[in-house]
Design a protein around this ligand. Sequence first.
Ligand code: ATP
Length: 575
Amino acid sequence: MEKIVSLCKRRGFIFQSSEIYGGINGFWDYGPLGAELKRNLRDTWWRAMMREREDVVPLDATIIMHPAIWKASGHVDTFSDPMSDCLVTKKRFRSDHVELQSGVVYTWTGAKDDDGKECADSISVLLAQGKPPESARKVGVQFYSQRGLTNPQLLGEATAKVENTRAFNPENGAQLTEPKPFNLMFHTFVGATASENDKAYLRPETAQAIFAQFKNVVDSSRQKVPFGIGQIGKAFRNEVTPRNFTFRSREFEQMELEFFIQPDEVIEAIYGTVSPWSETADLSTPQPNWGWEMWHRYWVSQRVAYYKGIGLGEDVLAFHWQTKEELAHYARACVDILCQFPFGIEELEGIAARGDFDLTQHQKHSGKSLEVFDEEAKKAFAAWSDEQRAALLEKKLSEQRAKGKGGMTDADTAMWWDRLFKGFYVPHVIEPSAGLDRLALAVIALAYSEVEKTDTKGNKETFTVLKFHPRVAPTKVGVFPLLKNKPELVAKTREVYDLLKRHMSCFYDESGAIGRRYARQDEIGTPFCLTIDFETMGEKGDELKDTVTLRHRDDGSQERIKISELLGRLLPLVQ
Ligand code: ATP
């Protein structure tokens, strides 16, 4: 990880935000190459998820929205992480991220000092492995000194063994406070008054704007359920402990799709049955009789194919299917796509089947209908018998009652049922939600490799090569004249550079030996280099005239290719 962080800075991928002022924790800037890499990743997502599909449209919403959105979504009340403070250093920890520790805990019931001052607060300290008990006592003394005692004498010492606990500061062993929820939303004030009434939030996810604008998109885009709305944009979370470079930042970018589908009851009414999911199900092309489960699996497979297309094959991915206990009360299923990072296998993207929770919440809180009208559903339900209708109501009532607090009230269920037969319903949603910064970090970390080369004098040197997939590489082609002091070579090279730069990011370089120039491009992950030499100028006859050397980064192989064929050859590889 250290090597990657250092390369990112040295070569201009990622810098610490505000570095000249000492930096600001959890914020990162992307340098020239990082900005290109991120843009390429954004483009690949935009193309795969929207441009190449007929059933997904984009949205670009504001970062600050009406605060009622965050009340409706549940973020104001529940978007929090558990937080604990060290009783001695006051350092703050995300309680569930403190490393598990085992050992002997020293507890004191209080302390007193020579002036007769007493403190009856109790504190526990976990003794670090291999350290003498004095080291734990030192931390205890520190605690009571902070409470105004001079040279405190510890009272009522007791010891106990603990296993796998997160209750102590791993740095000094001191006890942490009980976990308290800490809301992760950044807030600000809109307008000059800055009163509580003007409080607004920086969005902690891009998804909610999609739900809030759902009706406008339906009314303006001629899309019909099933269809999706995608958005790429900044999100902000006041993470308790930002860490692992850009992996957990306080400002980051998300790429989110909300794909709206018909409820399973509608599919059943129209097609008789809902297509059942099985391991061998064909997920290649969406079918009209798919219910939420097939759509959910479909989007998982689409996202896996997307990752493969930019060089993250299944060998570096893993999947965590959330258990019933882990699932949010409204979610039917959620899978985390995990990726191999230098610090472990961690989440890259979450794909959740969220039912109709989000739109229903916004419908309730805004008082505006977010239902769609479905002619086909209306027709299908019109053919239902009274018994069928009654059975559906009974089924839905018992389903919702079984959910307890999270379920719909009987009155809401009856309303839902009534609207359904008229062809109106709130669509359900499948949400693939990916983090752009995490993806950039994964791509850089997985591309990182080192090769050892021996020069003509037998000296060994280690070179870094970033093996980016050509689609995401920040620079696609390095373009070099063999010699910089031959005007005709330079002019021809500039011609080739001008031809390519309109279609892909290129880098013109004329300084140093060719080998050095290749190495510089290898280090930043440029997949192709072109060298223009005297053969290009026709010095070895017409056959090689107007051809250039195309060098491939990963195996160092070289071939001669006509300038007129360059675009046709390179474009499909880099786009
Ligand atoms: P985690 O459990 O790691 O905090 P999450 O489950 O809260 O993530 P979601 O709310 O599902 O994350 O957000 C979707 C995606 O946004 C995540 O899969 C991740 O790629 C990205 N993301 C979330 N939080 C951060 C962050 N603090 N920094 C960078 N990316 C993030």
